[in-house]
Ligand binder design. Structure first.
Ligand SMILES: [Zn+2]
Length: 97
């Protein structure tokens, strides 16, 4: 995020410089490079609370939070994932630990 803000600031300064020099093509190029970075910053802010969700991911038996299939331990409470668990669809999955 810091990287993108610094990048947008730099592109913004270059846009202002191009404007001050009266170079239309330089202004257009700088605006065309600044806008995507600003859009990326907006996307980062808009999606900052999003969480990847997969229907096959089981819930922790201890705290109830979602686990990733390749996790051996719950990242939220530290509970060891049992070797066999039920997914949200009710299918029994066996995980080798
Ligand atoms: Zn847990």
């Amino acid at each position: 995020m810091t990287y993108h803000v610094l990048l947008a600031t730099g592109f913004g300064i270059l846009t202002w410089t191009a404007w001050a020099e009266g170079s239309t093509i330089f202004v257009v190029k700088q605006v065309a490079t600044t806008i995507p970075v600003v859009i990326i910053i907006g996307q980062i802010i808009y999606h900052k609370d999003d969480h990847w969700h997969d229907e096959a991911d089981p819930d922790c038996l201890s705290c109830g939070k979602e686990l990733e299939l390749d996790w051996d331990f719950c990242a939220h409470c530290g509970e060891k994932k049992p070797s066999e668990f039920l997914t949200k669809e009710g299918d029994s999955k066996v995980v080798s630990i």
